[in-house]
Design a protein around this ligand. Structure first.
Ligand code: FUB
Length: 338
C-alpha cells in the first residue's frame, strides 16, 4: 500500500471536485451516515499522522479516537460533536481505531468499531451511549465472533439488525476460515472464489451476535462467484448494506483498484450479484463510503485525501447525491467530473 498520489495533478482535481470536505479543522474518514432523531449523524475515523511507515498492513492508519459529525441536512454545515470514544477508554484495545458504524435500538445508541488488541489482532467492539453523538462507554471485551475490520450495521424493515464486517490485507480477513483464526491462512489463489464480507444478525441487546457470522457470496452476472484475481470487482473492505425499493444493495471497496462497487440481492445474507461501480477512484489509496436516505433522496458519503495534498492517511469526508436508473442500478459517480 503506497502513496500513489504523488504524480497526480491535485490542483486540477481540486478544481473539478464535485464536493467539498464537511469539516476541515481535523481529518476524518470512513463515514457511516445515519438519520437519528431527524438529523444526519456521521460516524467517522479521526485521521492523524502518527509518523508510521506506509505498508500493506496499513500501519500508517494509527488512529486513537472517533469523532461524530452532526448535520441538519446534507447541504447544511457539519458540526464536530467532539471525541465520542478514545482508545484509552477501551479496556481490550491497543491501537488503530479504524472505520466505525453506529446503530440505535429502543432509544440507546451503539458505536461499533474495530481496533487491534494486545496481540496485534483486529477485533470488533461495541460502546453504548444515550445520545447519537455519545459519549460512548465501551464494553470490557470485544464482541465474541467479531474480527477483522469495518463493521457496518443494517436495520431491516422487520427490526432485525445485521452486522457486516471484514477486510483483507491489513484488515486480516484472509487469516480466517469458517470463523477460525490462523495467521498461516492467506488469500485464495487468483482462480479461486474471492473472500466475501461476513454477516451476523445482532441479538436484541445489540452487544452480541445472535448467530455465528457467515460469509457472503458475491456472484458475477452469470451466477459464478467473483474470483480472487478479479481485483476490479472482488470484495476488499468497507461493506455497506442498504435497501432501495425492496432490493438489498451490498456496496464495498475493491482496495488496490480503488473502486466503490455494488452488488444486489434479495435478502440480507445474499448471495449478491455484481452490478457495477458506485464511484470511480478518489485521491488517496483508500475509498470508503456509506449510503443514506434523507427526506426521500439518497446520498453517498465518502472520503478523499485532496485537502491534505494527497496524504493517503489524512482524509476528509464529503457527501454527494446518489441516483438510480429505472432498473434500480446506481448511476456511477465521478468525484472529479466524468
Ligand atoms: O481508515 C482505516 C481503514 O482504511 C478502514 O478501516 C478501511 O476501510 C480504509 O478506509
Amino acid at each position: 500500500m503506497s502513496d500513489e498520489s504523488a504524480s497526480v495533478d491535485l490542483q486540477a482535481l481540486a478544481d473539478k471536485a464535485i464536493s467539498q470536505p464537511l469539516v476541515s479543522h481535523i481529518y476524518v474518514a470512513d463515514p457511516s451516515a445515519h438519520v437519528f432523531e431527524g438529523r444526519l449523524y456521521v460516524y467517522a475515523s479521526h485521521d492523524v499522522d502518527a509518523g508510521n511507515a506506509f505498508n500493506d498492513d496499513g500501519s500508517h492508519f494509527d488512529m486513537e479516537d472517533y469523532h461524530v459529525l452532526r448535520m441538519d441536512s446534507p447541504e447544511g454545515a457539519a458540526v464536530d460533536c467532539g471525541v465520542a470514544l478514545h482508545v484509552k477508554d477501551v479496556p481490550w484495545a491497543e491501537r488503530q481505531m479504524w472505520a466505525p458504524d453506529a446503530a440505535c435500538r429502543d432509544g440507546r445508541y451503539y458505536l461499533y468499531f474495530p481496533a487491534k488488541d494486545a496481540d496485534g489482532v483486529f477485533r470488533i467492539g461495541v460502546a453504548v451511549g444515550e445520545r447519537p453523538d455519545g459519549p460512548f462507554t465501551a464494553e470490557p471485551e470485544p464482541i465474541e465472533g467479531g474480527y477483522s475490520i469495518d463493521p457496518a450495521v443494517f436495520a431491516d424493515d422487520d427490526g432485525a439488525r445485521y452486522m457486516y464486517f471484514g477486510g483483507i490485507w491489513g484488515g486480516q480477513l484472509q487469516n480466517y476460515r469458517d470463523n477460525v483464526y490462523d495467521a498461516a491462512f492467506d488469500e485464495p489463489a487468483d482462480d479461486e472464489p474471492a473472500l466475501g464480507p461476513r454477516v451476523a444478525r445482532l441479538d436484541d441487546g445489540m452487544k452480541r451476535f445472535g448467530e455465528a457470522s457467515r460469509e457472503i457470496l458475491i456472484l458475477d452476472e452469470a451466477g459464478r462467484p467473483l474470483l480472487a484475481g478479479d481485483h476490479e470487482r472482488r470484495y476488499f473492505e468497507g461493506p455497506w448494506v442498504h435497501k432501495h425499493k425492496g432490493r438489498y444493495y451490498l456496496s464495498y471497496s475493491t482496495g488496490d483498484t480503488h473502486f466503490l462497487c455494488y452488488a444486489m440481492g434479495d435478502n440480507p445474507y445474499g448471495p449478491f450479484t455484481y452490478r457495477g461501480k458506485v464511484m470511480t477512484p478518489v485521491v488517496g489509496w483508500t475509498t470508503h463510503h456509506s449510503i443514506c436516505e434523507f427526506e426521500g433522496r439518497s446520498y453517498l458519503f465518502y472520503h478523499d485525501a485532496l485537502l491534505s495534498g494527497g496524504v493517503t492517511h489524512l482524509r476528509s469526508v464529503k457527501v454527494t447525491e446518489l441516483h438510480y436508473d429505472d432498473e434500480g442500478r446506481i448511476v456511477t459517480i465521478h468525484p472529479y467530473g466524468a
